[in-house]
Design a protein around this ligand. Structure first.
Ligand code: HEM
Length: 182
């Protein structure tokens, strides 16, 4: 509330500061998780997000999900990353990969690395456009700002919550289909 946030001239801006942290956090968590769940639900219907993706037909997708939900969700989110970038403010001048070469960036530059591009790097994922759950060690997936299941600097703290929500929604969706066909 504006009044509690010190906009009433009381000088106490702690409420405003808390809101400025909590609101973006909840928005990021909601937006990322909502996209992830949406990608899972479309994918379980055999939807293909791009002409380049080689995704199995719906029946095969559903069998693959039942076999290993976690591996399936990681593979969906590899091909459709819900959060596309990871950001950092350089503390000092740094040489970084850029386009097909590298260059020096001054301290204070905001740099963004593309997670979707990393996820289709053929040196990390053989035949990257193919949908193959369990294709490689899980820590090669960078969906949550670092190797899956790890503790990279600024690793997304919502990783396990978001993954669980994808599983709950996708399983419920599939179970409901089975019920309605019975
Ligand atoms: C599928 C859903 C989600 C994905 C793909 C995701 C991914 C990411 C990524 C890539 C970053 C780094 C962004 C950057 O460098 O700018 C990040 C940061 C963060 N995420 Fe998530 N996230 C998801 C859900 C959540 C949830 C559910 C929460 C909270 C419950 C959450 C809380 C955060 C926070 C607090 C940060 C900032 C960490 C820091 O800078 O120290 N995220 N997330």
């Amino acid at each position: 509330m504006a009044k509690e946030a010190g906009l009433d001239g009381s000088g106490d801006s702690s409420g405003l500061m808390i809101e400025s942290v909590v609101d973006p956090l909840l928005l990021a968590a909601l937006a990322g998780t909502k996209l992830a769940v949406m990608f899972c639900l479309y994918s379980i219907e055999g939807w293909r997000w791009s002409e380049e993706h080689q995704v199995p037909a719906k029946e095969e997708m559903q069998l693959l999900y039942r076999k290993d939900p976690e591996a399936w969700i990681l593979e969906v989110l590899r091909l459709c990353a819900p959060v596309a970038g990871t950001h950092k403010v350089l503390p000092e001048s740094t040489r970084l990969p850029f386009l097909r070469g590298s260059r020096d960036f001054p301290a204070g530059t905001i740099v963004t690395a593309s997670i979707p591009d990393a996820h289709v790097d053929p040196s990390a994922f053989e035949d990257p456009m193919a949908f193959r759950p369990g294709r490689c060690p899980k820590d090669r997936y960078l969906i949550w700002n670092g190797p899956f299941g790890g503790a990279a600097p600024r690793h997304c703290p919502g990783e396990s919550i978001a993954l669980k929500l994808c599983e709950v929604f996708t399983t419920a969706y599939l179970d409901r289909q089975v019920d309605s066909q019975a």
